[in-house]
Design a protein. Structure first.
Length: 495
């Protein structure tokens, strides 16, 4: 039979193809053979579970370039696209590789390669507590996950950081000789994970003195990027299953770059592709809007930046202070979470707006981008983030009487500049909501949220928290489904 080319997501062609092979087969294991033959014809990515009325106790499962896990416990087996989906049933998982095929019964599982030779697979025990994938008294997963951040940051720091000692990344081996040869570092990811990369770029560059490029995975993979064996490519993905990020990683490997994956999910696809993996320990993130993954990613990347700088022998004086500030983060996040009424009240005043703009400079601009994404994805309010200095190059034309502008002002070295940009929008009638760790004259603004100070390089881990809450409360005011916004999936496993 000729190869069939599927365009789009015409999955219904697959059962027809399986049926074609099934009809022509006379063997007892005809169901398994039919699915395997069909899979050999398929082009592109897929993850399938197949049932057949002639084999009521059997399910055949196969995948290629799409995630699929099998959970197992006493006389019960489960199939899902990711671990959190079935975590409340089991902690024992088989992680399926491409071109493997599985025969699943209620109480037994057989794994085969695509020549239908039986193979053995190891069970992976996932340490996540089942209750960590429940709401635990919170009305939504998103709010629960926002409130988990003191702990998820603490867990991500773990034993990597102790005062007076070098940061510990014994789980990856990056030598001084290698780092001295690195010509640039790429941070590649999508959405919020990409914003984590943007937020850490200044720190990584300044501590390591190596150029850092942050790229969107879907652009990187088609850009023909200038990378070689002296380029270090770091891929960030909470789920570890984002199709574009995985494809970008494969491209970097083809170009002989060293690759590091940063993921929150043990054994996820990205971790199996990369040369090295380091994990954020945020626990399962269920809400589509990513919150605790971002702060955990920035924390881990900050530690990694220090590790590289210490390995290179750079900038030791500032590093000691940043280390102290990293250890103080969980408590400072908690103090923000203990005072949310002001944020909730401002959200209740502006939830009906059509447009909300975010402004910031430098590292604050990276938080503006993340805050704007959070707001638009769960509130459906149009929102954009601008580097404050860019206002007069176009965006200021959008500012009119009554419009809401959120300013982020944490970096003392550019505070006056940002204040002057915010003044420009106030003059044109904007309502302003400011997130800052500075002592500003509150009378100038409609609302000022004061957050604790920290080293400017890690300030996004604190300044993002009120803005996650702002997006959350706006979505609640509008009566929307905070955890499952329209048109979005938690893991984007297709292009
Ligand atoms: O699982 P990943 O970190 O690879 O996901 C990347 C993006 O799809 C994700 O961050 C998305 O932008 C979030 N919904 C944002 O809240």
């Amino acid at each position: 039979m000729d190869t069939i080319l599927f365009l789009g997501t015409d999955t219904e062609v697959i059962p027809n193809l399986i049926h074609y092979y099934y009809k022509n087969s006379k063997d007892n294991d005809s169901f398994l053979k039919a699915v395997n033959s069909a899979c050999k014809d398929l082009k592109g990515s897929y993850a399938i579970e197949v049932i057949c009325k002639d084999f009521p106790d059997t399910m055949i499962v196969a995948k290629k370039d799409s995630p699929l896990v099998i959970g197992t416990c006493n006389n019960e087996n489960y199939v899902a696209s990711d671990i959190p989906a079935i975590l409340s049933y089991t902690k024992n998982f088989y992680l399926l590789e491409d071109n493997e095929i599985v025969e699943l019964y209620k109480d037994k599982i057989h794994f085969y390669n695509n020549n239908l030779e039986e193979i053995k697979k190891e069970i992976k025990n996932i340490e996540w507590d089942a209750t960590s994938s429940e709401k635990a008294g919170f009305p939504d997963y998103m709010l629960k996950e926002i409130y988990e951040q003191p702990n998820s940051v603490r867990e991500t720091i773990g034993s990597r950081l102790k005062i007076g000692e070098k940061v510990n990344f014994d789980d990856i081996y990056i030598s001084k000789e290698y780092l001295e040869k690195v010509n640039k570092i790429y941070l590649v990811a999508c959405g919020t994970a990409m914003h984590a990369g943007l937020s850490i770029k200044p720190m990584l560059e300044q501590l390591c003195k190596i150029p850092v490029i942050v790229d969107v995975a879907s652009e990187f993979r088609y850009r023909n990027p200038l990378i070689d064996s002296n380029t270090l490519c770091i891929f960030i993905s909470q789920s570890g299953e984002t199709a574009d990020t995985i494809a970008a990683l494969k491209l970097a490997k083809l170009n002989n770059s060293k690759t590091i994956a940063i993921s929150n999910v043990i054994g996820s696809s990205i971790t199996r592709e990369a040369d090295y993996t380091i994990y954020t320990h945020a626990g399962p993130e269920i809400a589509v809007a990513s919150t605790k993954a971002y702060t955990a990613q920035v924390t881990l990347l900050a530690l990694l930046s220090i590790y590289f700088a210490e390995t290179l022998g750079n900038d030791v004086e500032r590093i000691e202070n940043i280390k102290k500030e990293i250890l103080a983060l969980p408590e400072k996040i908690q103090s923000i979470l203990d005072n949310v009424s002001q944020i909730e009240s401002f959200a209740s005043k502006v939830y009906n707006e059509h447009d909300i703009f975010f402004l910031g400079r430098g590292i604050d601009y990276t938080v503006a981008l993340e805050a704007s994404l959070k707001l638009k994805e769960i509130s459906y309010i149009h929102s954009d983030a601008y580097a404050a200095g860019e206002l007069k190059h176009g965006p200021i034309a959008l500012i009119e009487n009554g419009i809401t502008v959120i300013g982020i002002i944490t970096d003392p070295s550019i505070i006056e500049k940002t204040i002057s940009n915010i003044q420009e929008v106030i003059t044109r009638g904007a309502k302003t909501f400011i997130v800052t760790n500075q002592n500003l004259n509150n009378d100038n603004y409609n609302e000022v949220i004061k957050i604790p100070s920290t080293d400017a390089m890690i300030s996004p881990i604190l300044s993002v928290i009120p803005l996650q809450l702002f997006a959350y409360y706006i979505s609640k005011e509008k009566g929307l489904d905070v955890d499952k916004p329209r048109n979005l999936a938690k893991s984007v496993t297709v292009e």
